[in-house]
Design a protein around this ligand. Structure first.
Ligand SMILES: *Cc1c(COP(=O)(O)O)cnc(C)c1O
Length: 76
């Protein structure tokens, strides 16, 4: 974190490694710095789950479950 940090981007679970981030802790860190937290939740339980843990923006790649063929660009 730097004084000018205004956005934190997390990916949870992580691609291929599937490690789960401590999103509530990261959300607290973001709040303490007045930063926004973006969570890429593509491998998670759903687009809304990160909001329950303090994320401001939730991202889910539609190229996986929704599209399945890597031939759509929605969700980018
Ligand atoms: C696949 C994936 C994306 C998006 O990938 P594209 O297929 O390039 O759109 C984004 N985040 C995560 C965690 C992914 O696994």
């Amino acid at each position: 974190m730097r004084p000018e940090t205004c956005i934190i981007v997390a990916e949870s679970p992580g691609s291929l490694s599937f490690e789960v981030q401590d999103v509530p802790m990261i959300a607290e860190l973001a709040a303490s710095a007045h930063a926004k937290l973006i969570v890429d939740n593509t491998w998670g339980l759903g687009i809304f789950q990160p909001f329950a843990h303090g994320a401001h923006i939730s991202v889910q790649a539609l190229t996986k479950y929704a599209g399945g063929h890597s031939d759509i660009i929605l969700g980018r």
